[in-house]
Design a protein around this ligand. Structure first.
Ligand code: BG6
Length: 463
């Protein structure tokens, strides 16, 4: 159910990295599109001044949008207000109440762009001054670091905020390309008859990043690829590909169908998982020189449902790989007999539907068509659409999510049970991580990753 629109945005961690890279640029875009209508109160350490905060906002916007309109930046800055102080200091909370009273705020968005260990104390401090009845919280990922801590975090947050006022961010849910999986599947009829175990041979989901950990060693070394992107981003992508049609577009219908996918998913079998670490990772700032954390993971997942039983879902994610691309490739079975091979060339490729979710997002169908000439023979042709070219400019994930959080629309946020169900699937991988295999930067990860395919092959990623 939608929540009332917010009258103030409170940004915890207003001077931090996330705010700089994503939230300030998103505020600029919202202002530009006429979607920002509320004051923005940043909460920051006591050595920040109002002008330093505005300067920080301006620089953050310009770093992301070098040609930003100065008038729009000025309009964003005019909305900014600052509460200075320590989260552990009662005075900070009293000042925040005072500021919200000044704006006669009754429905704030409390955005937690802060380290995860700060979520519980900040949520309970909000309650200690009665602010839990005057708005909703937006919680950044990672939501917990295993099933136990996610359950615990949900319990703490629920002790002060009801579920409908907890918005859990997974920025993949804010991506147009990811949301397209849902629309593409259920707004077209041609896919549905073949979207099942009778016709689908395998599904491969790849999130390849060419960058390394980019100075985030302190964070990453305690997390790794499985917690960082598999439990959240890739599970959400998988659910959109695997779910049954929802009753309608409302949040609860979408979440219900995703929850069924995870409920039917087998917990990871550690023998069907391979972890890798790029050579040189241990020399990164913040990384333990003996670290065994994974910067690459390849996992075979299975869903015991009528639609998907027996179909392998191969999921892999890695840093410092050969290319940057996020793709879902649905591989179909061969025709029962290959009739057209008069020229005796290489065997026909299988049909693929490739959803490109990264920068050049779109869809590619790989099909067979007649080879020109006298013979009846076929060859592979790609039928592709590039969404930016076909559909025009789309908005960035953080802009859309901030917009939704302010408007009170929960559809693109993760519900409690989904987060817990995904951790249930992931937990055996954390309990039995096995060895971490080295791989070279610029490769496709460790060769051992082929092991989980059981005779299948990784399909080329096109980017
Ligand atoms: C973040 C992860 O959630 O997603 C990062 O913490 C990762 O490690 C990033 O690089 C990828 O996001 P995107 O939008 O660039 O695919």
């Amino acid at each position: 159910m939608n929540q009332p629109a917010a009258d103030v945005l409170v940004l915890f961690g207003a001077t931090g990295d996330l705010s700089k890279k994503k939230l300030m640029p998103a505020l600029y875009q919202l202002e530009k599109h006429g979607r920002l209508t509320v004051p923005v109160i940043g909460v920051a350490r006591s050595d920040w001044s109002d002008s330093a905060f505005r300067q920080h906002a301006t620089e953050s916007i310009l770093a992301a949008t070098p040609d930003a309109d100065p008038n729009i930046i000025a309009a964003v800055c005019k909305r900014l207000d600052l509460v200075q102080g320590d989260y552990g200091d009662e005075k900070t909370w009293a000042t925040l109440v005072h500021k919200l009273d000044k704006y006669t705020s009754e429905n704030a968005v409390f955005y937690m762009a802060i380290p995860p260990n700060m979520f519980p104390p900040v949520a309970t401090s909000l309650a200690s001054v009665g602010l839990n009845t005057r708005g909703r919280i937006v919680v950044e990922k990672p939501f917990g670091r295993d099933l136990h801590s996610a359950l615990e975090l949900n319990t703490i947050l629920h002790s002060v905020f009801p579920e409908e006022r907890i918005f859990r961010i997974d920025h993949y849910l804010g991506k147009e390309s990811v949301e397209d999986l849902l629309v593409f599947r259920f707004s077209n009829t041609l896919l549905e008859p073949v979207w099942n175990r009778n016709y689908v041979r395998s599904v491969q989901i790849t999130m390849a990043e060419s960058i390394g950990i980019e100075g985030r060693g302190n964070f990453y070394d305690g997390v790794g690829a499985i917690r960082d992107v598999v439990q959240n981003h890739l599970m959400q992508v998988l659910a959109l590909c695997a779910m049954e049609p929802p009753v309608g577009p409302d949040s609860s219908y979408l979440q219900d169908e995703k929850a069924k996918v995870f409920a039917a998913m087998r917990p990871i079998d550690p023998s069907c998982m391979v972890r890798g670490q790029y050579v040189g990772y241990r020399d990164e700032a913040g990384a333990d020189p003996n670290s065994s954390i994974e910067t690459f993971a390849a996992i075979k997942l299975e869903i015991d449902s009528w639609r998907w039983a027996g179909v392998p879902w191969y999921v892999r994610a890695g840093k410092s790989l050969a290319t940057a691309a996020t793709e879902v490739v649905v591989e179909f079975r061969e025709p029962p007999s290959m009739l057209f091979d008069e020229a005796g060339g290489p065997p026909a490729g299988r049909n693929l539907v490739r959803f490109r979710l990264g920068k050049k997002d779109g869809v590619t169908f790989s099909l067979q068509a007649k080879t020109p000439g006298p013979h009846l023979d076929s060859q592979n042709v790609d039928v592709a659409v590039d969404f930016a070219a076909a559909l025009g400019e789309r908005r960035e994930a953080y802009e859309r999510l901030l917009d939704d959080a302010l408007a009170g629309i929960p559809r693109r946020f993760a519900r409690e049970d989904i987060v817990e169900l995904t951790w249930r699937v992931i937990q055996p991988a954390l309990d039995n991580p096995g060895p971490v295999h080295p791989y070279f930067r610029g490769s496709w990860g460790p060769a051992e990753a082929d092991r989980i395919l059981g005779g299948d092959a990784w399909l080329p990623v096109t980017g």
